[in-house]
Design a protein around this ligand. Structure first.
Ligand code: PMP
Length: 425
């Protein structure tokens, strides 16, 4: 049934470490080998063996319109006809920057990069350069990409594979990265009290330990303490941007960060990341300022066109609200099911959600670690065998798109009920 995928994986491991170019794709933590994908359309993804899956991974978030939106594909083709890379400024960069500024009023200036990792790496360097301080503070279970400063007590694949801190990162670098549990504002207050921390970086709703929500007062507290101590507040919105609200955390919580990082939806599925924020901070970036950052392919015209068209459709078709209309019934059904069943719980924010195999919805990484991971693995496999693709780890968020229909969401619930019965729950 997955013979071609299995054969491809046998070949892949001989040429690519672990057979994959990003660890969580390996399905290793759920005791399986990966499916290899042939194509993706709307809410479905198809593997090389011809299996069709209802997709809740959505390329880990970007495909908010559903896969392969026709208008976006046509735009990419049109732009590519004129050349796929210039290494010089092009009009689409200006258009996308202006669009982001219009959608997110706290962004005065924006610099485009090629991934979420590059975005947070740039934001951290900028914060250090601007404040002339070295230390950064992050939260256990938040993942901000795979660069040295932030790959400490991280979420996503790092948590999935139980890697606390990776070999290859110098001890001296780790020393400048402070960590607190998510939602622990007292810890933040203590660590910032010497006025020597450059920035606090946070996923305003965590998605990389599964969806974990900020408790009332947490983000407000961060804003207040950062302002008091001259520390920059960075919202890492690589995942939450355009997904928890059409204006991200700024829209949902009404809190303004000093800098924000973006990725995923902003590129519509192409490799795009971005750092945005206040003018006086952003102007510290070269060539205007002294903090160096660069990229041969940054602002790539095809990638910009994909991001721009995606955001145009997102606004024009009121995509966020359309998804939420369908999601609300789904979320209330799921909430009811969790309330009536022991040992499962559920968190959501906008178009992201996670089902936890734990009685109460977790509020930090310690609590996520208490989930029944064996049961999660069985759930993942059960869903896959029934044609539903979930992120292959308890430490991940599921995503909804414009193309997920009520019947698709009902299917998730029905299959979950069937699974719970099999498990005797
Ligand atoms: N920050 C957050 C919040 C993320 O979720 C991710 C990726 N999942 C990253 C940064 C890194 O982005 P990328 O994988 O594009 O480097």
């Amino acid at each position: 049934m997955r013979e071609k995928s299995n054969n491809l994986f046998q070949s892949a491991v001989k040429s690519i470490p672990g057979g994959v170019d990003s660890p969580v794709r390996a399905f290793k933590s759920v005791g399986l080998t990966p499916i290899f994908i042939e194509k993706a359309l709307d809410q479905f993804i198809y593997d090389v063996d011809g299996n069709k899956y209802l997709d809740f991974v959505l390329t880990w978030g970007p495909a908010i319109l559903g896969h392969s939106n026709r208008e976006v594909i046509e735009e990419i083709k049109k732009v590519a006809e004129n050349g796929i890379s210039f290494g010089m400024p092009s009009p689409l960069e200006v258009s996308l920057a202006e669009k982001v500024k219009r959608m997110l009023p706290f962004v005065d200036k924006v610099r485009f990069v090629n991934s979420g990792t590059e975005a947070t790496m740039t934001a951290i360097r900028l914060a250090r350069g601007y404040t002339k301080r070295d230390k950064v503070l992050k939260f256990n279970g938040c993942y901000h990409g795979h660069h040295d400063a932030l790959l400490v007590q991280a979420g996503s694949g790092v948590a999935t594979f139980g890697i606390p801190s990776t070999p290859g990162i110098p001890q001296d670098t780790v020393k400048t990265t402070l960590t607190c549990e998510y939602n622990d504002i007292d810890c933040v207050r203590k660590l910032l009290s010497n006025n020597d921390v450059a920035c606090v970086i946070v996923e305003p709703v965590a998605g990389n330990m599964g969806v974990v929500k900020p408790e009332k007062g947490f983000l407000e507290g961060l804003r207040e303490i950062c302002s008091q101590t001259g520390t920059l507040l960075i919202f890492d919105e690589v995942m939450t941007g355009f997904r928890i609200h059409s204006q991200g955390a700024y829209g949902l919580f009404g809190i303004t960060p000093d800098l924000a990082t973006f990725g995923k939806v902003i590129g519509g599925g192409m490799p795009v990341g971005a750092v945005g924020g206040k003018k006086d901070i952003m102007d510290y970036l070269a060539p205007e300022g002294p903090v160096y950052q660069a990229g041969t392919l940054s602002g790539n015209p095809v990638a910009m066109a994909c991001g721009l068209k995606t955001l145009e459709i997102y606004e024009r078709d009121n995509v966020f609200n359309s998804i939420m209309e369908k999601a609300e019934r789904f979320y209330s059904n799921l909430t009811e099911l969790c309330e009536n069943t022991e040992d499962i719980s559920f968190n959501y924010a906008g178009t992201m959600f996670t089902l936890f195999f734990r009685d109460k919805a977790p509020k930090n990484l310690i609590e996520v670690n208490e989930c029944d991971f064996d049961r999660f693995s069985r759930f993942f496999k059960f869903m896959l065998d029934n044609g539903v693709l979930l992120p292959p780890s308890q430490y991940e968020a599921n995503f909804l798109s414009l193309k997920h229909m009520e019947e698709d969401l009902n299917r998730y619930i029905e299959l979950l009920k069937e699974f719970l019965k099999i498990e005797g729950m």
